[in-house]
Every structure is written in structure tokens, then in C-alpha cells.
Design a binder for this molecule. Sequence first.
Ligand SMILES: [Zn+2]
Ligand SMILES: [Zn+2]
Length: 441
Amino acid sequence: MANVVWHKQLRILLDLTRDDLDHPELPDLWDTVYKTDRFYGRLGVPVSERDLQCGGVCRDMGVEAPMHLRMRGGRRETVHERREDKERHSVPMSDEHKAYQERILRAAHEGGFGGDSEVRTRVGRTWIQTDTLVEGADGRRIGWEVQLSTIDESGLRGVRARAGKAAKNGITPAWHTDRAAYAQRNDTHWTRSDRLPAELIARNGDLRIVSGFRILDFWHCDTSAVYPCPYGIRRCGKAHATAKPREVFFDDMVRQTAAGSIVPIQFRAGSKVHRYWVTSADRDRLDDLNSDDTRLPPERDTAPASGASRNRPTCQPAVALLAPPPQPSPPALPALPVQPLAPAVETTPAAAEQYAYRSEQVADGATGLPAELIALQRAADDAHHRLQLLHDHHERELQRRVWRETAEAAQAAVTHYARTKRLNRHEVEARVRRIVRNPTG
Ligand SMILES: [Zn+2]
Ligand SMILES: [Zn+2]
């Protein structure tokens, strides 16, 4: 027997342990649902074609398990239609699973974070059930889901939907397994440990995450580089990032995800979406690498790299690529000016002067564009390039600011020019970039 039912038509979960089914906003809900179910029964409508499904373990595992309702001795009851669904409920949580739950809570507690197991978070008219929820810094919530080899693999469905729903509702999904086949799935950010007995999981000793966490190696594509250029060009002269698997202690993972110093990233490479965990410092640096004047990285507070960055989304919607393409393709949407109203000349006298010598190289006559636009774009590109060469956190902060300012100046100048000349801003920008970044072509 289960006591949570999913109503397919109403799209709500019904909690049979409560008189109002946990829906005070819908009076007489039980009477309505029960009478409807009985009515279908009298008409001979099969249970699988009615409105109700198991909203407990079955739904958590992504299984649609039809149910019907009955009254027994004045008690409301729900009944699984299929035996195999019912049996799913009698499989007790394994000792290993319990050991993981305890370990997560203990590790979190030692790091100064609270948490609880089997947490229901109300979301509109339904809720999210989380295996173990850690309450992290700055309102960060990490939803640990432990899926061990003791469960039937066919039961593990709907991971992406569940993880996505959690993420959308402010819970960073953290799925952990001891099964290699799960860890290779890319439906969420999986971490994996070796298969261990409950006694070892519960103990304080080393418990390692052997896959799912990576460090990013930032390198420069020149003759001294050890990695091949991801674009197959012999040496493109740009900065790239290479992700390398690295083991971490499970307890550290629990605490650092709560603190925000380990974060999930995802990016598309070809047709595949890659998902793994990295340090927030690496994530920030990757943001810098993938950013462009029109898509500046988010403003960051000046907290040290190891500290939590506030109010950041827990999931990057799409870090386009680990490295920028050699020829930046025009953005799908018209580029938004960063400072649409700021007159270029006044905002960046310094930058304009500093790079004035360059303007002589590209005369107005040759390009049809003011040399100043070219100079400002060059200054921005140079600043971005220099940022990729820096490793020290403080130096990067300073250089990022320089880049921001020069990029904003370049953008503002393009906006101003396009507006004054009544030209398409996006086309002006594309031409400026072509001249600066591809002078021979
Ligand atoms: Zn069920
Ligand atoms: Zn390269």
C-alpha cells in the first residue's frame, strides 16, 4: 500500500494520510476523486486508463504504476493494480543507502550545514521528494539522490526530469551511485564511489568519489602546449580548457557543494551534453574563457575564489563550448549593447589614447569604419587575451575589470556609431570584429 497518489488529470499528488489530502485549497477532493474512481470501476474502465497512479516509490523511480481507491473499515486505501509495483514498496532501503544518508548528514553537519533525509519540498500543487537535502550557504540547497547497485536498473527512469525539476525549484541535484553504468549517463551530474559495504560507508574513513569531479586545466595553444588544439589547427594561439578527472573525498564534496565552492557545470560538445562538478574558481575561469564582449561574465563579488559566490544560478544553462571557436560566429540574437546610451569617447579616453597608435594601421578609408572603433575592439580583445594568460586569482580579478571596461567601451562605441549613422548595429559590430580578429581574411 502506498499513501501518496498522483492524479494524472489534476496533476497533483494526493496525500492519503491527511484528511484534506494535503490540498486545503480543494474542498471535498477525496469525495470527488473517490466517487469518480468508483464510477469508472462500474463502467469497467481498466485501472490503467483511469486517473490515478502511485505517487510514492514507483513515481520516484519513474514508473507509472496504476492504482485504484477503496474504503476498508472506514479507512481510505490505495491499491496498486500490478503486483510488481506493489512489491517495489516492500523492498526496504538497503543498509548501504541508509549509510550514505547518514554520512551525507554527518559530513554536512561537520561543515556547519544542516540537512535532513526524505524531505518533501512543496512545489505548487505537487512536491519534490529528496533523498537527503543539505541546507548550504546563502540559501543553497543540495539534493542528494543515492542510487546504488542494489536497485533494479530498469527502475531508474526519469532522472533528467527529476533533476531538472529540482534544479528549477532551487535544489541543486547531486546524484551519487556505486554503479559505473549510472555514472556514465549524462542525464544529470553523477558522482560515483566504489561499491562498498554499509559498515565502510558509515565509518569515518576515506570515502572517495572516483568519477564525476574534474579539474580544469587552462592552457595556451602555442608550441609549448602539451594538448592538441581542440580545433585541429596546429596552434591557434588561443586559450583552451581541458577537463581532467580528479578524485575527491566524499565528505569534502558534501561540504563544498553546500558552501558553493564545488559547482555543477554542463556544456554541449557536438550532440552530447557533458555534466560534471568543478571548483567554483574553475567555473568562473571557464566563464571568462567562453565570454565575449556581448556576453560578459556575471559580475562577481570580491570574495576569494574558494568562497561561495552569491546568488549564482546553480546550473549554467549552457556553457557553449569548452573553448571558443576560432572564428566567432554571429550570435543568434542581435547583440545587446552593454551601455547603449554611453557615448564612447567620453567613457574611455584612456583606452582610446592607449591604443591610438593602432588606429593608424587601419585607416578609415581602408575599412569604411572609424579607426577608433577598431582600436577599441582591439583593446578589448587584447584585455580578454591577457586575462586568459593569468593564473593568480587577484591578478585575474583586476584584469577581468580591465577587460570589462574595454569591452563595454567597444560596445558603446559601436552602438553610438551605428545610431549616429543609422546603420544596423549588429552588422557594424560583425564588421569591426572581422577586421580586428581576421585581418588577413
Ligand atoms: Zn507504488
Ligand atoms: Zn588551439
